[in-house]
Design a protein around this ligand. Sequence first.
Ligand SMILES: [Zn+2]
Length: 420
Amino acid sequence: MSAPPGRAAAGKTAWLLPLLLLGACAAPKERPFRAQPVEAAASSPHFAAILAEVRVHLPQHDRAETLEIASEAGLRRISRRGDLISDGTREAPSLSFRGPTGVRILGVLHRGEALIEPHPMGGLKVTLQLPIAAYIEGVVAAEISLWSAQPAELEAQAIAARSYALGTLLKRRRRLSDPSLATLEGSTQDQAYRGAFEPDSNAGSRSAARRLHRAVSRTEGQVLFLEGQPLAARYSASCGGHTASLTQVFPSPISAEQNLEGAPCAGCQTRAEKEDPSDPRGPLRWQVTFSRADLRTLASNLGIGSQLLRYELGQLDPSGRWLSVVLVGDRGQKEIPAGALRAELGHGRLRSTRIVSSWPHAGDPIEAGLQLEGLGHGHGVGLCQEGARDAAQLGWDARRILAWAYPGTELRDLGLPSRP
Ligand SMILES: [Zn+2]
């Protein structure tokens, strides 16, 4: 069990100080962003390989019958013929495509190389080989609104995304006989990635592209470490007032080796007080009603009968976030992690596990349906994008934002090139 958020171990308390000062910040001040250099870490061949290029699978193209790819070979229509891939002029077990600025798949630019191969379930499968900077730019563009983002917010998100990539690929490489095949999913299963951000002729769009590029290049090689290892730094849209502990929300062997505590989020706390829960556009407060049919499906999927009779509170974290819930059906009951409940009911509907009220209440019979009201959007671990935006607007730099969002971490500069 992790220590309660806000009670970090000795040596980690320095990270809490900036939080206490939120709201009493000095005027925004941009200064050169420097991280601690790490000579020994830079010598790792895994680090060097990952911080040069990453493999990214694009699940949105899985099992496509045909794809149009523009590359240095021109515009090609790719299809599968048995176990082979054909672009109309060549047939091979797999085909790769590249170009001076990358490739376009169905019109979307990817600043790297594309490998097309048969998908095991039929159709095509696309995997990119991207310079990490190109990948990070794509992730940041997919994750936050570039138009209004402050430089510190972009830099913090870039470092978090790079740390996630390094920490995750490192674990995957160590499990593979051919480490070069370690791959990230180009979706929220790992990190959202929808291709390169291409500005249009609008001045604001071009400015956003410049700020994005600058944030990624200024933080090049910078990675969060926790307990001596790169942290696969998770982040979420909004924590709802308090971020969550990594090991409490993801109690898997993968996360067990690193224990990231939660932290209060002044930005979300302030916003939550102002928002109307019935306004679907509000990023923090939400309410949702699950019908009897929804709950019948839930009970059936969990094998506890054909009706959900009631629910009981399971484990809560110190901020009140649900960690588990006991569901009682007409043919049994089951305690499941709150994250699994979100997966069952839909991440878009049950937006977070920071549930603050329900109707009926816990323990009372469910008859017509179940209404839940909560705060935040996402799993709540690590960087809260809403909170980071508020902190950046108050003048926090990226280092300070990251020290708050990832208590106990060190920001290290691996000093490795990652230019596209
Ligand atoms: Zn927050």
